[in-house]
Write a protein of this length. Structure first.
Length: 449
C-alpha cells in the first residue's frame, strides 16, 4: 500500500514527486521524464516563457533552471529565448537529482478501491494507493476541429505529432491556427524546406512585444507590474495569485481560462516568420476531403487534401494542400482521460459547465484522494496552470493536501505532519529517463473555443 502514486513525470509530476518525497510519503512515480517535450515538440523550438518562469519546483528551491544553466556555462537571461533541448536536459537532470527514481510504466487504469485506488499499468502490474496525483500533461487534450476528424494521419495531424519536420521538405503544408504553436511550426517548416501556409479564422496575427526591462522606474512598475508570465496587472494576478482566481465565480474563471493570455506569437519569431510564410486570415475551414492531384514532391500525382474555406465576408474559396497541421490548442476534458475509471469520470464534480474537475485549494477533486495538476486545473486556478510556472504553486499545496488525506485515513501515523520529517532524495538516479507529462511554454496551450 502506497500513500501516493504520481502519474506523469513531466514538470508537474516531477515537482510533485520532489515535494512528496521530502514530506516522507511512500510513493511511486510512473511515467517517462519529459516525454511530451522530447517526443512532441519540434526540433529547433525555443521556449516562449522567460527562463526564470520555467523552473521545476523542489522544496529547497535549489534545482532551478537558472542554477542548472549557470553550472554548465549556458547563457540564459531576461529576454533571451531558451532552446527546447536545453530545457529537456534540465528537466531530465531535475528528475535524477531532485526527485525519487521514476519508473517507465504506462498507467492504463485508475479505479476506486476500498483502501483508496487501484492502479493498473500496461506492463501488467497492479498496485494500491491511498492517493493519486494525475499530472498527465496536455497530450490527451489535443484538439482537432470537427471538419478535420476522420481524415488519415498522412494527410492531417496535430502540431504535437511532430518532432522532426524534415519529412515535409518540398511539400505544401497548411498550418491551421494563429498562436505560437501555429506560427513557430510554420517558421520551422519553412526552414526545413517545406512550403507552409497559415490559415486562421482570426482577423490578424498578434505578436508579443519584447519583455520590459526588469529594472524600471517605480511609477512605471506600479502601472505595469512585471510577473513571470509578462507585464500588466491581469497577468500579475494570473501569475502570482492562482489561489485568488479559484475564489472567483465559476463562469468568470472559465472565461479567464479560455481567453486570458490568448494566441500570440513570440516577439523573436516575427522576423523569421513574416518573410517566408504566406498567411490567409479571417478564413474558416468548412469542409475537407481527399483528392488526387499533382503533389509538391517531384511534381507527380499523389494524395492531397482539398479544403473549402469561408471568409468573414461570406465569400468562399478552395485550397489544395499536401498536409494539414492543426495547431488548434487543447480542450481540458475529463472524458478524454481513458485511464480514469468511468465511474470516476462520470461522478466527479465539474467547474461550471466545463469538462474540467472542481478542485479544492489543495488540488483535490470531489473524490477524496484524487488530485489533479496541470492543464485540467486551469479552469480552477487560472492560466498559470497552462505553463511550467504553475508547478511552483501546485506542488507544495497538492502534497500538503495529500498529507492531510493520508493522515486522516490512517490517523495513528502522522504522515507529513512534522516539517522536519524528511526523506533522502537520490542525488544520482539509476532509473532510465522516463515521463508522461508536459506543459508547454513555447506552444499555445489553451482551451479551444
Amino acid at each position: 500500500m502506497y500513500d501516493l502514486v504520481v502519474v506523469g513525470a513531466g514538470p508537474y509530476g516531477l515537482s510533485i514527486a520532489s515535494h512528496a518525497a521530502t514530506a516522507g510519503l511512500r510513493l511511486r512515480v510512473l511515467g517517462r521524464p519529459m516525454a511530451s517535450w522530447r517526443d512532441h515538440m519540434p526540433r529547433g523550438m525555443l521556449l516562449k516563457s522567460e527562463p526564470g518562469a520555467s523552473a521545476l519546483s523542489d522544496p529547497d528551491g535549489a534545482h532551478t533552471l537558472t542554477a542548472y544553466c549557470a553550472d554548465r556555462g549556458i547563457e540564459v537571461g531576461h529576454g533571451r529565448p531558451l532552446p527546447l533541448d536545453t530545457f529537456i536536459e534540465y528537466g531530465t537532470w531535475f528528475g535524477r537529482h531532485a526527485a525519487p527514481p521514476v519508473e517507465e510504466m504506462a498507467v492504463t487504469r485508475v479505479a476506486p478501491h476500498p483502501s483508496g485506488f487501484r492502479i493498473r499499468t500496461a506492463q501488467g502490474e497492479q498496485l494500491t494507493t491511498r492517493a493519486v496525483a494525475l499530472a498527465i500533461g496536455f497530450m490527451p487534450f489535443a484538439h482537432r476541429p470537427d471538419v478535420l476528424r476522420g481524415l488519415p494521419a498522412d494527410l492531417v495531424s496535430h502540431s504535437t505529432h511532430h518532432r522532426d519536420l524534415s519529412r515535409f521538405r518540398g511539400r505544401h503544408v497548411t498550418v491551421v491556427g494563429a498562436g505560437q504553436a501555429a506560427l513557430e511550426t510554420a517558421a520551422l517548416l519553412a526552414e526545413a524546406g517545406a512550403e507552409p501556409q497559415v490559415v486562421a479564422r482570426a482577423p490578424r496575427i498578434n505578436w508579443n512585444a519584447p519583455p520590459q526591462p526588469l529594472e524600471r522606474g517605480r511609477l512605471t512598475a506600479l502601472r505595469d507590474p512585471h510577473s513571470a508570465l509578462g507585464t500588466g496587472w491581469p497577468t500579475w494576478v494570473w501569475s502570482r495569485q492562482p489561489g485568488a482566481v479559484r475564489r472567483l465565480p465559476a463562469p468568470v474563471r472559465l472565461h479567464i481560462a479560455r481567453h486570458a493570455l490568448g494566441p500570440a506569437g513570440a516577439w523573436w519569431l516575427r522576423e523569421r516568420f513574416e518573410p517566408d510564410v504566406p498567411v490567409l486570415l479571417g478564413h474558416t475551414i468548412t469542409a475537407a476531403d481527399r483528392t488526387t492531384g499533382i503533389g509538391s514532391v517531384g511534381g507527380g500525382p499523389g494524395k492531397r487534401l482539398r479544403l473549402w474555406l469561408r471568409a468573414t465576408d461570406g465569400t468562399a474559396r478552395t485550397l489544395e494542400t499536401d498536409h494539414v497541421v492543426a495547431a488548434t490548442g487543447f480542450v481540458p476534458d475529463l472524458f478524454r482521460l481513458g485511464l480514469l475509471d468511468s465511474t470516476l469520470r462520470e461522478t466527479l464534480r465539474r467547474v461550471g459547465n466545463s469538462g474540467a474537475p472542481w478542485l479544492t485549494q489543495d488540488f483535490e477533486s470531489s473524490h477524496p484522494g484524487l488530485f489533479f495538476a496541470g492543464l485540467l486545473t486551469a479552469p480552477s486556478f487560472g492560466p498559470a496552470m497552462r505553463f511550467v510556472h504553475g508547478a511552483t504553486f501546485t506542488a507544495p499545496r497538492l502534497v500538503a493536501g495529500v498529507c492531510r488525506h493520508v493522515a486522516a485515513r490512517r490517523p495513528a501515523e502522522a504522515v507529513g505532519a512534522a516539517p522536519t520529517a524528511r526523506v533522502a532524495v537520490p542525488r544520482s538516479g539509476t532509473a532510465e529517463p522516463v515521463a508522461g507529462d508536459a506543459e508547454v511554454e513555447g506552444r499555445e496551450v489553451r482551451a479551444a473555443r
